[in-house]
Design a protein around this ligand. Sequence first.
Ligand code: HEC
Length: 155
Amino acid sequence: MTPFPRALSATFLSATLALGAGAALAAVNAKSVTESRQANFKTMGRSMKAMTDGLKTGSPDMTAIAANAATLRGLAPKISTWFPKGTGPESGVKTEALAEIWKDPAGFAAAARRLESEAAKLEALARAGDVAGARAQVRLVGGSCGGCHDKYKAD
Ligand code: HEC
């Protein structure tokens, strides 16, 4: 037997086990998925704060700004994968995710792409040492966070 069919049957087996274990397993998954995405958003919040605080100073550490912008640019394309079906408000887990995320996945993905492109621009400005440009751009990055939160996150 080649490894490929073996991998396939392992997939079938775990799918069957998951179905058998039923709602309890789904609940556990919703909790861990929700907690890990919230931890990722906290990381994004820390990067954002480090950049806004840094850019308020007289001579910002542009290497640090670039690194934090890169963190946001790297996480943004993953955001949609942090919201599998069943991890919304119906899960019973404490979450600020609104049901709108699953009703409008294209809009949600577009909001994440907006963050990715604004963060990439900030990263480039920071690498170029353009302090004034970075100060203006960090507002657009913040706007892209808020743009998604307004529509898809509870207050
Ligand atoms: C594409 C949509 C989207 C974008 C873009 C986005 N967020 Fe969020 N954010 C959410 C959603 C949805 C939640 C709620 C998650 C939950 O509670 O399950 C959230 C939650 C958070 C939280 C609270 C985490 C916690 O539970 O403690 C912070 C902080 C946060 N986001 C910061 C940011 C920052 C900073 C940015 C921009 C750099 C950003 N977010 C961009 C959708 C987004």
